[in-house]
Design a binder for this molecule. Sequence first.
Ligand SMILES: [Zn+2]
Ligand SMILES: [Zn+2]
Length: 260
Amino acid sequence: MSGLYDSHLHTPLCGHALGTPREYAQAALDAGLAGLCFTDHMPMPRWYDAPWRMRLEQLPEYIAQIQAVQQEFAGRLDVRLGLEADFHPGTEKFVEQVLNMHDWDYVIGSVHYLGAWGFDNPEFVDEYEARDLGQLYRDYYALVEGAAKSGLFDSIGHLDLPKKFGHRDPSEQAALHALDAVAAAGLALDFNTAGWRKPVAEAYPAPDLVRAAAERGIPFVLGSDAHKPQEVGHRFTDAVKEIREVGGKVVTYKGRKRYD
Ligand SMILES: [Zn+2]
Ligand SMILES: [Zn+2]
């Protein structure tokens, strides 16, 4: 684990994570990581997904909490501060304003909604039965392309997220098209090990897409997507092996700049 960073981590401010930021940092230290970057779910307009994220007025508290951990762990663990943003058409201006409120280290752009459907929420999993999977993935990857082209983000979060409960993409076409857009925009991909803890039992992105991304020169940022301290650094040794086997590169971000 030496030299590695976990760059996808949440805090209780989002309302669905456990443990204090300092407990996440201690877990990173115990796991032998070099650093971590908190990327909690960012504030969005009040009508969007409100129970699952911090409110705008909590943003200063988030920044202060992470800065306190930065100071406490200085010299032992490199603690960085970012956000997991949502890409949802119509909210781009709001997102841009929040991103301008602080000098973030790293911003992940994630698609969690198709229209009003939060497709990664276990409560609404029945909706998959009502959908054509091919169309679902085409719609989803069109949004990912929009996220890549928006210029707002450093990486794309959990690329093939709709597979979470086992509903796999029947075709790779839309995903490969999205990867072309990610490469053209110079973004990285969140190599998200949470998928290994979900029903699909596969990291995001799937091995074939990891290979296709590496072939396009797209680098990877390691993320556990931890919502509790015990998940920090989850299966990073496996992740790095998988990435390197296909010639991929692992990077981190600081001050929104990429570092090898
Ligand atoms: Zn979350
Ligand atoms: Zn996410």
